[in-house]
Design a protein around this ligand. Sequence first.
Ligand SMILES: *[C@@H]1O[C@H](CO)[C@@H](O)[C@H](O)[C@H]1NC(C)=O
Ligand SMILES: *[C@@H]1O[C@H](CO)[C@@H](O)[C@H](O)[C@H]1NC(C)=O
Ligand SMILES: *[C@@H]1O[C@H](CO)[C@@H](O)[C@H](O)[C@H]1NC(C)=O
Ligand SMILES: *[C@@H]1O[C@H](CO)[C@@H](O)[C@H](O)[C@H]1NC(C)=O
Ligand SMILES: *[C@@H]1O[C@H](CO)[C@@H](O)[C@H](O)[C@H]1NC(C)=O
Ligand SMILES: *[C@@H]1O[C@H](CO)[C@@H](O)[C@H](O)[C@H]1NC(C)=O
Ligand SMILES: *[C@@H]1O[C@H](CO)[C@@H](O)[C@H](O)[C@H]1NC(C)=O
Length: 389
Amino acid sequence: MALRSLSAAVKAIALGVTLWPIAQGGCTSDPSELVWISTNSSLPKVVIYSAGGTILSASNYSRLDNVNYGSGVGPTPEQLIGNVSEVLNVAQLAVVRFPASGGSSGLNSSLYLNISQYANRQLCSEDSDIVGAIMFHGTNTLEETAFGVDVSFNCSKPFIATGAMRPDTYVSPDGRSNFFQAVAAAVAPSSRDRGGLIAFNDRLTSIYYSTKLNANTPDTFKALEQGNLGAFLGGQPYYFFGPSYPTGRPYFDVSNTTQLPSVIILYGHQGFDASLMYSAVANGAKGLVVLGPGAAQLSPSARAAATELYKQGIPTIAVARPVTGTGVPGPNPGPVFFSSYVGAEQSRIMLQLAINAGYSLDEIRDLFESPLRDAVYAPSANQEWYYGT
Ligand SMILES: *[C@@H]1O[C@H](CO)[C@@H](O)[C@H](O)[C@H]1NC(C)=O
Ligand SMILES: *[C@@H]1O[C@H](CO)[C@@H](O)[C@H](O)[C@H]1NC(C)=O
Ligand SMILES: *[C@@H]1O[C@H](CO)[C@@H](O)[C@H](O)[C@H]1NC(C)=O
Ligand SMILES: *[C@@H]1O[C@H](CO)[C@@H](O)[C@H](O)[C@H]1NC(C)=O
Ligand SMILES: *[C@@H]1O[C@H](CO)[C@@H](O)[C@H](O)[C@H]1NC(C)=O
Ligand SMILES: *[C@@H]1O[C@H](CO)[C@@H](O)[C@H](O)[C@H]1NC(C)=O
Ligand SMILES: *[C@@H]1O[C@H](CO)[C@@H](O)[C@H](O)[C@H]1NC(C)=O
């Protein structure tokens, strides 16, 4: 019975028959409007937020092409389900497509605000029977969209981002495995209460700390300092630790947000031109993120500019330029704010959301620095020598 309906479903996909109407632009985000692809109505429900990417792409050149793909016609999410039909043994699935054409390097905050609004309404409402969500996204900026959703998602259900580094036509496409694993993680109760996760290349990492580290290979999403939260064995997630949230992870309500203030990232280096900081503000930036060499050490001219801009109400977040580690604030509050291990692109999003939420400069400093201050300068840390006597 199950087998027969599964093969009917797969055949329908193969034939291009629309067994299930597909959520299109303008669709409502009421969970009851979702159309479920299912071979067993007892299975938990997982919604797929599809923003495209390599996982849904194809090469028309060769089965070895992982560099010039995108020209071929890639699978739809429904065809991917058809080709990884094992997913229908673990979940019922529904697809919501988000406009994200042209590669993930061209995307902006409109996408994550939209996905977040859908995710909160569809998963976090009291009567929701959806156990988790996965997101397909181009890997180039996956960490940004995922972070934006993560810090604005108001329930403990799994939100799992995934994608692929190889097109679906590759001799061994990673997207199919990533897809199955993301769904398996989304239905696992052990995935709850951790914040958003990335399922990629047999590993689970925290969205809050993850970065794409390799431009070409499937082993690309890593949280180098914080490590893997788990691995996949036989397609199932195995967590190394019990649930916990990233230290200092905030929550922002974006249910009515469509526009965010501009925040610009600048890359510190020898000979850094601090006039770019003033130019960014003159161009409309309401905040800055500056990568400082070492432990986020801004150059003297960048520090002077940040101090001047602070007086004008413009916050500057200093992020450590090395791939791992963090800048640490001094014992007394200063005009440059340090980001407590939050990366540069993530700090930009966090600062945009904080400014949008009306945070004062002191509140923004607290948002970024409290986790560090609580650890380094806590009364119990006996660091009074920093303050002199
Ligand atoms: C949000 O996504 C929905 C579903 O794809 C789409 O209809 C709508 O146009 C999107 N809104 C924005 C502002 O992009
Ligand atoms: C449907 O899923 C439920 C829950 O996992 C399982 O107990 C049941 O055996 C499945 N039914 C079929 C026909 O596979
Ligand atoms: C693949 O697609 C590109 C871009 O659409 C086109 O220029 C090329 O001719 C195509 N190659 C094949 C073998 O179809
Ligand atoms: C599997 O993927 C291929 C390539 O995208 C597609 O043509 C085919 O329809 C898919 N198979 C099923 C059963 O959906
Ligand atoms: C984001 O990009 C879309 C598509 O190009 C555009 O319609 C939208 O206005 C952009 N949003 C922002 C905030 O720039
Ligand atoms: C949900 O929102 C409230 C504030 O509105 C916040 O205190 C709480 O931490 C949020 N929960 C999650 C899981 O983000
Ligand atoms: C969003 O808008 C709705 C409808 O106007 C309102 O009820 C709700 O309180 C608003 N939420 C926030 C966080 O402003």
